[in-house]
Ligand binder design. Structure first.
Ligand code: CTP
Length: 207
């Protein structure tokens, strides 16, 4: 917004860091595109720092051709300030501040639309939903998976602020046809289940 303020959200990046660590442990070459992480990254991963959804889009577009798998665990901002101020925004005595926000690019949707192959790149999205129950979560997830065009979607129910910043996570992974798996536990264990689902998807596509 100005030199001292930005718009952010409650995501810690912990699940993304756990995914990077698990992928390294499995011998993958890993590049993390990161903004405001509250966790240190594991040794041996490449890091690209970004600070906006536009930066994220640019970095991911550049990296996409080299990757076998893309995982979008990022809580990317859906809106960005229409204008940023070069000077700190001051109170003007009116009691309010009007901010105009514009929609950002859907990075995951555009990456899914642009992939080439064979072999087909596997793309994994995340979906943080405030769902009423499991059926509602699944319905929201299937609609989002279709909209984004990715292979797998990792669903989180974030009702009541659950998940963000917590050590544990409960996820449901879906593909366009079915629930692939559900998992619960610390974010390191959940990261390995996500890679299990990716490996299964790659194996299916190879056969
Ligand atoms: N995502 C993205 N670009 C954005 C917003 C989100 O690539 N501008 C990605 C996230 O990294 C995640 C997936 O899209 O993998 C779903 O994010 P989510 O915030 O759940 O969905 P939205 O696209 O914001 O859809 P909605 O507002 O309908 O929930």
């Amino acid at each position: 917004l100005d030199p001292v303020r930005f718009l952010g959200n409650a995501s810690s990046g912990r699940q993304g860091v756990a995914l990077a660590r698990a992928a390294r442990l499995r011998g993958a070459q890993v590049t993390v595109v990161a903004a405001h992480l509250s966790e240190p990254l594991p040794a041996g991963v490449d890091v690209v720092q970004v600070s906006s959804t536009a930066d994220l889009a640019e970095a991911m577009t550049r990296l996409q051709p080299e990757a076998d798998v893309l995982v979008m665990a990022v809580a990317a901002a859906d809106f960005t300030p229409a204008e940023t101020s070069a000077a700190k925004i001051k109170k003007d005595g009116s009691g309010t501040l009007d901010l105009q926000l514009t929609e950002t690019i859907d990075v995951l949707g555009s990456l899914s639309a642009r992939r080439s192959g064979p072999p087909r790149q596997v793309i994994v999205g995340f979906a943080a939903e405030t769902a009423k129950d499991d059926d509602d979560l699944l319905a929201l997830g299937l609609a989002k998976l279709a909209r984004k065009g990715c292979d797998l979607l990792v669903l989180n129910n974030v009702s009541g602020g659950a998940v963000f910043g917590q050590p544990d996570n409960t996820i449901t992974i879906i593909d366009p046809d079915r629930v692939v798996l559900t998992a619960s536990g610390d974010k390191a264990a959940v990261a390995h289940r996500i890679w299990d689902a990716v490996v299964a998807t790659r194996t299916q596509e190879d056969s």
